[in-house]
Write a protein that binds this ligand. Structure first.
Ligand SMILES: *Cc1c(COP(=O)(O)O)cnc(C)c1O
Length: 372
């Protein structure tokens, strides 16, 4: 079968390694919700979830109901938490596939409870409290009353209380510590009987690494599973993570051009010497954004070389003047390791003025994947 020259390679051994690092860090008393939303940050939701399930993981986080259904159809058991909640048009799927939605408004909570009762079943819900993210959730003062409502409804049971920390990856620690305290305080006010089956959780990767106070009964790592530390982890011992995704292509032409040649659209690069170029069949349609023009580097024959000129829709040029023996057909590493060189998603993110998360979702989202 013919397939694109461009391909992401997903190293499932690295995924398992990262998962074990996280488990070891938080200890047996703290559960792990593996966040596999957005096709597991571009790594492929099902292969990632199946690998982690085989490692013993039993709680998964997705953004939408559709993803939860796909996990169940793919053989994922255990708990599947739908982080963005649910509308009435998905109640049937929530019940049929036993998903655990996040809830934050009484209307949909009551509707869900009625639907569950009618189907003679009970659905676990996670109450979302906005402890400072300014995104989804009820305000902390309303938590007690909301929990009472959940208790009064037959079709639903409180399976968790969830908060989210907006600045866990920033240098200043005071805000996050205060938000963890606020979460603990609101939980204190709730009748312990209502909480008996509820798991408390607020920590993403940054929080679980930097703040033991944020771990409560469960942590929700996403980016760290895929091998990246969140931006700032000053002071805290970093996890020994391995990047899971690499991104590769293959040279389609090697050629020499004279000094003074303009390269690619707009001639934004003019060669300052006689230059040997490798033409690569990768461009912004493959997620290798135009923003990387004249900025990115790639690895060829174990050496880092510069991308010259604008990145086109399906092509770009690397300067291989200083390396010997390069031929059309040779492998090029756009992200990942070759020989002693490595280009990480963090480095590409810096060139793109974004974060590793976006690079992984982007490359993984539009390219073929191979699993190791
Ligand atoms: C995406 C997400 C996470 C995972 O965050 P990372 O920074 O990738 O670890 C955790 N919790 C919620 C609610 C999320 O949406």
């Amino acid at each position: 079968m013919v397939s694109s020259y461009n391909c992401t390679v997903i190293d499932l051994h690295a995924l398992v390694h990262n998962y074990r690092c996280i488990k070891e860090r938080v200890g047996d008393a703290v559960e792990v919700m593996a966040v596999v939303k957005s096709d597991a940050y571009g790594h492929g939701m099902l292969p990632v979830a199946r690998t982690l399930q085989a490692e013993g993981n039993s709680v998964f986080g997705v953004a939408e109901v559709e993803e939860g259904v796909a996990l169940r159809k793919g053989g994922i058991e255990g708990r599947i938490v739908v982080l963005l909640g649910v509308f009435a048009d998905c109640f049937t799927e929530v019940l049929q596939y036993n998903l655990s939605p996040v809830v934050f408004d009484l209307e949909s909570l009551k509707g869900l409870a009625l639907a569950a009762e009618a189907a003679n079943t009970e659905i676990g819900v996670h109450l979302k409290v906005d402890i400072g993210m300014g995104r989804l959730g009820i305000l902390p003062n309303d938590a007690e009353r909301f929990v009472e409502t959940v208790k009064s409804l037959d079709g639903v049971r409180l399976e968790g209380i969830i908060g989210h920390l907006p600045v866990a990856d920033e240098v200043d620690q005071n805000i996050t510590l205060a938000q963890c305290r606020e979460f603990a305080a609101l939980v204190e006010k709730i009748d312990p009987q209502s909480l008996s089956a509820a798991v408390l959780h607020v920590a993403n990767s940054a929080a679980l690494i930097r703040y033991t106070q944020s771990r409560f009964q469960m942590v929700r790592p996403g980016i760290s599973l895929y091998g990246y530390q969140p931006a700032e982890i000053d002071g805290s011992k970093p996890l020994d993570l391995k990047p899971v995704m690499s991104f590769k292509t293959k040279i389609v032409q090697v050629k020499e051009v004279p000094k003074g040649s303009g390269i690619s659209y707009g001639h934004t690069y003019i060669t300052g010497r006689r230059t040997k170029l490798a033409v690569l069949p990768v461009g912004y349609a493959d997620g290798y954004l135009r923003k990387l023009s004249n900025k990115a580097e790639v690895i060829i024959n174990g050496r880092r070389v510069a991308v010259r000129g604008r990145i086109c829709m399906n092509a770009c040029m690397a300067d291989i003047t200083d390396i010997e023996g390069v031929q059309a057909g040779d492998e090029v590493v756009l992200m990942g390791r070759q020989g002693n060189e490595e280009i990480t998603a963090d480095e590409i993110a810096a060139w793109m003025e974004t974060i590793s998360y976006e690079v992984l979702c982007l490359f993984g989202g539009v390219n073929r994947r191979e699993y190791r």
